[in-house]
Design a protein around this ligand. Structure first.
Ligand code: BG6
Ligand code: MG
Length: 218
């Protein structure tokens, strides 16, 4: 029985994954170090400080003092905040409002499992907070994705058994976290990154409640 669907935010509810990429690229340009969309795939779903570590790996800046790293992470976040400050409800990805309405009509709960400390603000800007009965707080976690903790926390807040939950993700680390939580995983993206998903869809427009119910039953 499908009790709950637990969503990632960036790249699933709205295209803020692109803003994360652009903000990291801007920081890399300022630092004069190489960065690419390919490298960015490894940052998806990963916390801000861990992302910075991955970005700096092999750049000659990997051994900067911690205080300097915190300053760089803050710089990236300043770029990012400038971009998300312009988000409106029109930025909900295709099919997402319909899906969330349809889950609500069927009595299936919705939860959010985002690693982003900016998630509550983005939900507000999207006018999407009302759809979610639970938002897991990434600041309270011991381990980030691919650890299952954030998905298990969201399920617990919703009072749902993990086996009755589906997780939706656009990141490899996120799909791994969902599977480790004992949930069925829907991947939004390409098989190259998300081959481990139980159901792979090219975009959110292909996502609907019927497909999720079918996935849960199999
Ligand atoms: C995840 C993104 O949702 O949040 C990552 O996929 C990002 O790219 C992480 O690094 C942390 O986000 P923030 O907003 O707290 O820097
Ligand atoms: Mg994501």
């Amino acid at each position: 029985r499908l009790q709950a669907v637990i969503f990632d935010l960036d790249g699933v509810i709205t295209d803020s994954a692109e803003y994360h990429y652009l903000a990291w690229q801007a920081l890399a340009d300022e630092l004069g170090i190489p960065f690419s969309r390919e490298k960015n795939e490894r940052l998806k779903g990963v916390s801000r400080m861990e992302s910075l570590e991955i970005m700096l790996t092999g750049s000659g800046l990997a051994l900067l003092p911690e205080a300097e790293k915190l300053r760089l992470a803050e710089k990236k976040n300043d770029h990012y905040k400038g971009m998300i400050g312009r988000i409106t409800p029109a930025d909900l990805l295709p099919g997402i409002p319909e899906l969330l309405d349809s889950l609500r009509e069927r009595g299936i709960s919705a939860g959010l499992a985002s690693a982003s400390l900016n998630a509550p603000q983005i939900l507000e800007r999207l006018g999407a907070a009302h759809w979610f009965q639970a938002v897991a707080d990434p600041a309270a976690l011991r381990k980030g994705k691919p650890d299952p903790e954030i998905f298990l926390k969201a399920a617990e807040l919703l009072g749902a058994a993990p086996g009755n939950c589906i997780g939706v993700e656009d990141a490899a680390a996120g799909v791994a976290a969902i599977k480790a939580a004992g949930m069925k995983a829907v991947g939004i993206g390409s098989a190259a990154q998300l081959g481990a998903a139980d159901l792979l869809l090219p975009s959110t427009s292909a996502l609907d409640a019927g497909k999720l119910l079918e996935l849960c039953a199999r």
